[in-house]
Design a binder for this molecule. Structure first.
Ligand code: GRF
Length: 201
């Protein structure tokens, strides 16, 4: 399956996808897109000889309006948002119904929505005194973090002393759950029946 990964920063989830032994033979990351001109994730892509595209209106960037056409041209079959901070244009959402997923570093539907990204999420979780947090992989719709949930894994945070400590624990889970979900999608084990998502065991 030909995949496009969308990133905005560090790219550790992109790295986890590229390093996954299960995904090696079944998923090809054909392109990496970012809302940034440059970001650490682009270096990871380049190490794997994957073409990168910066989105926006600046010179040399791909306009958001041209994204749908570019994805078609590249024959992208599936899209993974791995730390991408912008909204995906509606045309792309429509073209890729049930074919775009996002990883969120908390247990949705709590601690999601606009502005809830990166350390902001972990600060909100820390301040709430929640005793568990975790990672969620969900399908993407037109708004932030509201699509149907595919998989979640939680972690005990009852003893943590800082939001950063939560981030560290959750990131470890993210690196497992995201390749796991992609593998199950490629294997046809993720089913959507009457808008309810299940992963076949
Ligand atoms: C991850 O925590 C992801 O869940 C969130 O943004 C972070 C991206 O990290 N949406 P990385 O760029 O994959 O290292």
């Amino acid at each position: 399956m030909k995949i496009a990964v969308f990133v905005s920063g560090r790219g550790s989830n992109l790295q986890a996808i590229l390093n996954s032994p299960e995904l090696k033979n079944v998923a090809e990351v054909k392109a990496v897109f970012s809302d940034k001109i440059d970001c650490a994730a682009f270096n990871i892509a380049k190490n794997f000889s994957i073409t990168t595209y910066s989105l926006g209106n600046k010179e040399g960037c791909l306009a958001y309006n041209d994204l749908a056409e570019k994805l078609k041209q590249l024959e992208i079959e599936f899209i993974v948002l791995a730390g991408f901070l912008k909204l995906i244009p509606n045309e792309v959402i429509k073209n890729y119904k049930w074919k775009i997923i996002n990883i969120h570093p908390a247990l949705l539907p709590s601690f999601g929505g606009k502005g809830m990204y990166g350390i902001n999420v972990h600060k909100a979780v820390f301040n709430s005194s929640a005793k568990v947090s975790g990672a969620t992989v969900h399908f993407v719709d037109e708004t932030y973090d509201t699509g149907k949930i595919i998989a979640q894994q939680c972690v005990d945070i009852s003893d943590v002393k800082s939001p950063e400590e939560i981030a560290e624990k959750v990131l470890k889970i993210e690196h497992k759950i995201l390749p796991y979900v992609i593998f199950n999608i490629v294997s046809g084990k993720v089913k959507v029946i009457n808008e309810r998502v299940t992963v076949e065991k």
